[in-house]
Design a protein around this ligand. Structure first.
Ligand code: PYC
Length: 318
């Protein structure tokens, strides 16, 4: 049977794209979003290729499958994915999803609960069009961990959960600047490979699949820091990466460098800025709030002609 069309709405969050699949996606059944995300990964790989791979997508594209929520009082559920895997949470994607739902007339200004595979998040669409996301509880599991990286020596960083697993590096490797994208990609990719090879993981052996490198901001009047974030498929985040900002906030708070309610201004590699703050929780955890802006910039219907060899995207290997 040929695949019926799917309908998508595109947005970008300060440079980073989100493609929301609003209809025609696979039937993943019901129950907790984590189980449905596993089914998407194992049984419906075609969606990732159709949405995130060329010829329709590219390696920086983040897909967002709109679902029924399982948790009560949520406006919707969502499963985020990129060209290689699902994401636990995605803040730039939640900001994109929020403006997309508003564009569709499904929500207005105000506070909306959204179910995700790692827990419920709360998205607030403000009068001025900006969006604040209250993320899942975030925390640092290890500080100042050394990993030996050929060509770079011992690279030190913190391990933190912000809805995805991050290794956060400060002041090492290539200068964090847009002119250094290739060198930053090589450096962070080498770190990621060595973390995996040396068995350095997040909790429960979870792979650390996001690497975040920090340097000074381009303009200290606008930001406190600039980051480069390498995503699991080797693309870099064009935004400051909200789950990465959550991990950073957890580390800053654990180091006594960020008081509750104080604003941390995190620039990404394009010098677009997310604002973050923390509310302390028991056991050294924090509840991060991260805000930014997104713009709806396209809408499409995808067709799946059985005669089209690349209807599900060009695979990583032929
Ligand atoms: O904003 O959380 C984020 C994110 C994760 C991966 C790409 N963006």
């Amino acid at each position: 049977m040929s695949q019926p069309p799917i309908h998508v709405i595109d947005s970008h969050t300060q440079g980073e794209p989100t493609r929301v699949v609003v209809s025609g996606g696979p039937d993943l059944g019901s129950g907790p979003l984590a189980g449905r995300a596993r089914r998407l990964q194992l049984e419906h790989h075609w969606l990732r290729g159709a949405v995130c791979n060329e010829p329709r997508g590219h390696d920086a594209m983040v897909g967002a499958l709109l679902c029924e929520a399982d948790e009560p009082d949520c406006v919707c559920g969502v499963i985020f994915f990129n060209n290689v895997c699902n994401l636990g949470m995605c803040i730039h994607g939640t900001i994109g999803l929020t403006v997309t739902l508003a564009h569709l007339g499904k929500i207005g200004v105000g506070t909306h609960r959204i179910d995700t595979p790692v827990g419920v998040v709360v998205s607030t669409l403000r009068e001025d069009g900006s969006v604040e996301v209250t993320n899942v509880p975030s925390y640092r599991t290890a500080a100042d961990v050394g990993v030996d990286v050929p060509g770079w020596g011992t690279v030190r960083g913190d391990i933190a959960w912000g809805g995805n697993w991050f290794f956060l590096i400060d002041g090492q490797g290539p200068e964090v600047a847009f002119s250094n994208l290739d060198a930053l990609t090589d450096f962070t990719w080498a770190v990621r490979r060595e973390l995996a090879a040396q068995g350095i993981t997040g909790e429960g052996g979870m792979e650390i699949d996001h690497i975040e490198s920090f340097g000074p901001p381009g303009d200290p009047a606008l930001a406190d820091s600039r980051n480069f974030v390498l995503c699991p498929g080797k693309a870099y985040d064009r935004s400051p990466c909200g789950t990465g900002v959550s991990g950073k906030l957890a580390c800053l708070h654990a180091d006594g460098k960020l008081a509750p309610g104080k604003i941390w201004r995190q620039a990404g590699i394009l010098d677009t800025v997310f604002h973050g703050s923390v509310t302390p929780l028991p056991a050294g955890r924090i509840l991060p709030r991260v805000s930014g802006r997104a713009w709806v910039n396209g809408e499409a219907t995808y067709f799946f002609d059985p005669a089209d060899r690349f209807r599900y995207g060009i695979p990583a290997s032929l």
